[in-house]
Design a protein. Structure first.
Length: 81
């Protein structure tokens, strides 16, 4: 099982890069299957590149650093699952 505290710690490492571009990320949930739900905030919210940021940035780094993370989804998509 993925520890929420481990995911939060890695997001703290990613956060300065997002904030430098006027955005931010908030951890919403970590499911038992390793799905991490996040909310993009600030300039990231609604940005056309937000999916790229999630897939190539946040998800890649979380998978590398936190064993068990299977995917990262934005909160608005997770509500539909």
């Amino acid at each position: 099982m993925v520890e929420k505290s481990d995911v939060a710690a890695v997001l703290e490492l990613i956060r300065p890069s997002l904030q430098a571009d006027g955005g931010d990320v908030k951890l919403v949930d970590v499911a038992e299957d390793g799905t991490v739900t996040v909310e993009l905030q600030g300039a990231c919210k609604g940005c056309p590149m937000s999916q790229m940021t999630l897939a190539n940035g946040v998800e890649r780094i979380l998978k590398e650093r936190v064993p068990g993370v299977t995917r990262v989804v934005p909160a608005d998509v997770a509500d539909m699952l």
